[in-house]
Design a protein around this ligand. Structure first.
Ligand code: PLP
Length: 404
């Protein structure tokens, strides 16, 4: 049953400044228009919003805590709060988007979900939604990533999703995205494309931001309760940008709050091994939209690299591209080495093992803390938990991990 049927034309702004847009095959335009119309309706639909709120609370475990990290604060000499998205069901913020879009697919009457994944985190969130809403789900994943991310592949399979291996190009995320779009063109009628971050063609950047913005809305309420004022800094790691937009969105108009996105500098911004689309990239068309991206002088997409598979994406969201140009959000980068040190420090001081993605934001907090005092307030978006990274990180730290 399609509660949101009918004929539509794009009604919202499709761009953020010059960024975003719908640079896709004409064959996809009707699907994007249908999606936009459904998304507008869902925002006004009280039943949809009530159901979403209930699921985020009862199934996913919202609100997540805003935790004052006392030990880390003492060590670094400023007041640090962690937004605990790592405690969300599924272990990362991606669950917010999986549930939101899964519900939208249900209201649109779609009988099949497809999704792309790199590290498998989003693939798992999509598979979780497929299981929960009882919609057949297929995940496109590069063969190289399937080899590297066995645990997430198994998690997706357990939830009943079918994995479609992609052995084209570099056999990684960008090839999985292309295959996913190809599938969608052929099957738009009954298939919902559940995109994983605030990138891709309009309306995805707005949809994913809106399903993630609950993070920042909670932070605002929580910090006002605990500190009676807004923070000086909010830090978030940036892959495609969904956890960053999620926590920044509620603060865009609070000009005193410094918003900082931390990209993966990998082995260094002067090497080829990084994933810093804004710090080192330039505007271009990728994944159906105009945004900053890593490209060579012929406009070919460069491979990205990061120690954290979830930040290994050559592009970045269109709204973040715009917020960079307008200087509302500042972008910086943390190297693998700085990230590993932060990963270890948070585990040692607080007994919290962050995802390597999130550890990039912690690394930048360590860096800026040197110029701060006990009066300064920092909120770090702890986007996910680090269980998935334990073996890899131990090896990289030069320690011996005990395999079981
Ligand atoms: C996927 C992922 C990211 C990066 O994606 P964004 O869209 O930039 O948020 C960050 N942290 C974790 C834990 C992830 O799984």
């Amino acid at each position: 049953m399609n509660l949101y049927g009918g004929k539509f034309k794009m009604r919202l702004n499709t761009k953020f400044g010059k960024y975003g847009g719908t640079y896709v095959s004409e064959l996809l335009m009707p699907a994007l228009e249908e999606l936009e119309a459904a998304y507008i309706r869902s925002k006004k639909d009280r039943k949809f919003q009530r159901e979403l709120k209930m699921l985020l609370k009862e199934y996913a475990g919202r609100p997540t805590r805003l935790y004052f990290a006392k030990n880390l604060s003492e060590k670094l000499g400023c007041r640090i709060y962690l937004k605990r998205e790592d405690l969300l069901h599924g272990g990362a913020h991606k669950t917010n988007n999986g549930i939101g879009q899964g519900l939208l697919a249900k209201y649109m009457g779609k009988t099949r979900i497809i999704a792309e994944t790199g590290a498998g985190q989003h693939g798992f969130a999509a598979a979780m939604a497929g299981a929960f809403f009882d919609i057949k789900t297929e995940i496109y994943m590069g063969t190289k990533d399937i080899e590297r991310q066995k645990m997430n592949v198994n998690r997706m399979k357990l939830c009943g999703a079918k994995i479609n291996p992609v052995s084209l190009g570099s056999c990684t995320l960008k090839d999985a995205i292309s295959e996913c779009l190809r599938d969608w063109v052929a099957n738009v009628k009954h298939t919902y494309y559940l995109l994983g971050t605030v990138a891709g063609p309009h309306p995805y950047p707005s949809i994913v931001r809106d399903f993630q913005k609950v993070i920042g809305e909670e932070v605002k309420e929580q910090i006002l309760k605990k500190e009676k004022r807004l923070p000086d800094y909010i830090l978030a790691c940036v892959g495609g940008g969904s956890n960053a937009m999620g926590i920044f969105n509620a603060f865009l108009k609070e000009k005193k709050v410094k918003l900082i996105g931390v990209e993966p500098a990998g082995r260094g911004l002067n090497t080829k091994f990084h994933g810093a689309a804004i710090c080192k990239g330039s505007p271009g068309i990728f994944d159906g939209a105009l945004s900053y991206l890593l490209q060579d002088k012929h406009g070919q997409i460069n491979e990205s690299y990061s120690i954290s598979a979830g930040l290994d994406y050559p592009g970045v969201g269109s709204q973040l591209s715009f917020l960079h140009d307008s200087k509302r959000v500042r972008f910086t980068a943390a190297t693998d080495k700085e990230t590993l040190a932060a990963f270890r420090l948070l585990a040692e001081t607080e007994g919290i093992i962050p995802a390597l993605e999130s550890a990039h934001a912690v690394a930048y907090a360590i860096k800026i803390s040197k110029g701060l005092t006990k009066e300064n307030l920092i909120v770090i978006n702890l986007s996910g938990r680090g269980d998935k990274d334990v073996f890899h990180a131990m090896k990289a730290l030069g320690g011996k991990s005990d395999e079981n």
